[in-house]
Structures are given as C-alpha cells and as structure tokens.
Design a protein around this ligand. Structure first.
Ligand code: ADP
Ligand code: MG
Length: 369
C-alpha cells in the first residue's frame, strides 16, 4: 500500500535545517539506559539526514516528568547517542538555534505547552527548521507541540524512515489479517490503553488481557484485587465490556501471583490458557507485559508469553517500550515477525488506521492527468 504522505526520501535535503522528532523515551534506571532499542531504531533517519542536510536538530520526550526533573533529562542519552552515531552531539537545554551540525534538545516535556500543544511552543520549534521530520512513531498518537503543532507550523512536514516502515508493516497486518486474530494486552498504562481496547474488540477474535491492565477488569467483575494497581475511573468501561455482547472474546487471568496485597504476575493456569489461544491464532498482536517483569520473581508470565508467541506459526507483531525490553529478556527477538517501537501508538494505529502525528504530515500531491 502506497503511503499518502511525504517521507524524507521524497525531498531534497541539501542546505536544509532539519528538526527530527524522535522517540527517545527509553527505559532509564539511575541515569543509565537499560535498553537502547528505540535509539537504534532512529539511526537510519539521522544518518541519512547527517549525510545530506545542513543541520540536524533532534527533539524527544523522556518519561513523565513533573516540570524539570534531572532524572528525565535527555542529557542522559547523549553518551549512547554519540557512540551509536560515532560523532559528537551538542546538547542544548533551551530551544535556541545553534550552528552545530547535530543538536539534541532537552526533554520536550520540560517545556510548558508541550502536552497542551501550545501554539507558541509549536512555532518556536518550527522556527528551528526548514523541514520537520516526524520519526517518533511511539509518540504519534499524542497531539503535542513537538508531534502535531510543529508539523502544522513548519514549512514542510515529512515522515522519517522509521515512521514510514512502521506504517508500512502495520498496514500489512491490518489489511485482511489471517484469522483467528488474537491480541494480547498488558502493562500499566491502563487509562491510555483501555479506550483502545473497546474498539480493538471489534477487530480481534480474542483479546487476552494481563498485567496491570487485567486488574481493572478483575475488579469490575467483583474480584478483590486488594492494593493492586488499577484505575477506578476505568471500572465502568471494564464493566461495560464484560457485560456486553463481546465479553466472550475477552480472556482474563485465571490465577495470579501476589506480593502481599499486590498482584505482580499471572499464574500457571493463565499461562496455559494463553498458550492455547496463541497456538490457535494465525495473527498475533502483543503489547504490554503480563506482570512486573523487571523483577525476575514476577517475570514468568511475561517471558512465557513471549516464548509462546515466538514458537507459534502465526504472523506475530509486538510493540511497546517495555514489551521490547521483555522480548529482549526472553531472547526471542528473531522469532517475532515484526517488532514495533510503539506501544499505545501501536494499539491506536491498529484501531484508527492513522494517528494525529501522521495526519499532520504534508500530503503527497495527486496529479490528475
Ligand atoms: P509498554 O511500554 O510495552 O507499552 P506499559 O508501559 O504499558 O508497556 O507497561 C509496562 C509496565 O507495566 C512495566 O513496568 C510493568 O512492571 C508494569 N506492570 C505489568 N503488570 C503489572 C502489575 N500487575 N502491577 C503493576 N505494574 C505492572
Ligand atoms: Mg512503557
């Protein structure tokens, strides 16, 4: 399927200043990057830009900081970025223009107006460049100043290579997928993903819910989840799904692993149940760990799930920052057909077949002869 928006390959970059929106939202523990997959995924576009353009400016968000928090400074990723690019990268705390060939600006979420898509901030970003390049697939579902606003104000807004590849691969899955289509959704971002679940239900044959995401559903069914992570506001949505016509598509955990009063992982019976559905599937979508997999004590459900998917003959697509990290721990990267850098974005793209950050890109002109 041909893409209907411009990509970085369609335009002349000579003498141009580029501003690339990256997804450098990598997992960081005590200032150290624990998984650099998202940075590595950004390299092809950056290298192409460095080879042809006059200047390359990079922006991204990192984590969910409350104002300026050193822990979430993008300065933390400079050493890894320099090593991967084999060149020095100038780091700028403010949004000033510089003459450096490659500049990494501070965490976009340190700037007021990023999340509210403030026009002033969007304009300031647009002023930094001749061409805006959107390559942050993982952030394209959010209409922020550095994803949508800047695209609307820059003279030209095109897709980077990563974004174009992601869209291409996901279009392939969505375009008449082989059935049964089984989606497995877990993780912690309940409120940002639960709405998507409702519409995913229309598309999939089975929806397996695990991780923190399952807790809200279990609570809606009257299970006492004690002090486990869940979202009270989302109880009505979960209840509606479980009492609606598509409840039979939903597969919830059968047993759980607890740490005191908190659910930390899915149990053995839940794993067997997942294995059975995965074996039966022809297409599998996976986003979100089944438990707190960062702790080896509670990683079993997630690692087992990754292995079942890797061993199945179905076409498998997985995405999400933490999901990618879990796939690395399970060492099954090579047995999953496509690994998307997006988590929430990945689910939302499946749902809507586009994203705000993609809609804002410059369209290809259709010539009528
Ligand atoms: P992704 O980055 O792949 O989109 P999320 O960010 O939504 O995934 O979720 C990943 C996080 O969910 C992990 O940090 C994991 O510890 C957490 N998580 C999974 N299950 C639970 C649970 N039962 N309770 C608390 N946190 C959980
Ligand atoms: Mg995550």
């Amino acid at each position: 399927m041909a893409l209907d928006f411009l990509t970085i390959r369609d335009i002349d970059l000579q003498n141009k200043r580029l501003l690339i929106r990256e997804d450098f939202n990598v997992p960081i523990v005590n200032g150290r990057i624990t998984n650099s997959a998202r940075i590595r995924a950004a390299l092809p576009t950056i290298k192409l830009a460095l080879a042809q353009a006059k200047q390359v400016c990079l922006v991204s968000h990192l984590g969910r900081p409350n104002g300026i928090e050193e822990e979430y400074s993008l300065r933390n990723i400079v050493p890894v970025l320099q090593e991967l690019l084999d060149t020095s990268v100038y780091f700028s705390e403010g949004l000033e223009r510089t003459l450096h060939k490659i500049v990494l600006y501070e965490n976009m979420r340190f700037f007021p107006g990023e999340i509210s898509d403030d026009v002033g901030l969007a304009n300031k970003l647009a002023d930094l460049c001749d061409i805006f390049v959107m390559d942050a697939f993982g952030s394209a579902h959010r209409a922020h100043a550095s994803t949508v606003g800047v695209a609307e104000h820059a003279p030209l807004a095109v897709a980077g290579l990563l974004l174009a590849t992601e869209v291409d691969n996901l279009n392939r899955v969505m375009h008449s997928p082989k059935r049964p289509l089984v989606a497995i959704v877990g993780g912690a971002k309940v409120s940002s993903k639960i709405q998507v679940l409702t519409s995913l239900l229309h598309v999939v044959d089975k929806l397996i819910i695990g991780g923190g995401m399952a807790n809200t559903f279990l609570a809606a069914q009257g299970v006492d989840i004690k002090e486990s992570l869940y979202e009270r506001d989302m109880l009505p949505v979960a209840h509606e799904i479980m009492s609606g016509p598509m409840a039979n598509k939903v597969i919830l955990p059968l047993d759980l692993v607890w740490d005191g009063n908190k659910i930390m992982d899915i149990g053995e019976k839940s794993c067997s149940q997942i294995k059975q559905h995965v074996n039966n599937a022809k297409t599998i979508l996976w986003n979100g760990p089944m438990g707190v997999f960062e702790n080896p004590l509670y990683a079993t459900g997630t690692i087992e799930t990754a292995k079942y998917i890797a061993e199945s003959n179905a076409y498998s697509v997985a995405g999400g920052g933490d999901t990618i990290a879990a796939i690395d721990v399970a060492k099954v990267q090579d047995s999953i057909d496509y690994i998307s850098t997006g988590g929430g974005a990945f689910l939302e793209y499946i749902e809507n077949k586009t994203l705000p950050g993609i809609k804002a890109l410059t369209r290809k002109v259709k010539y009528v002869s």
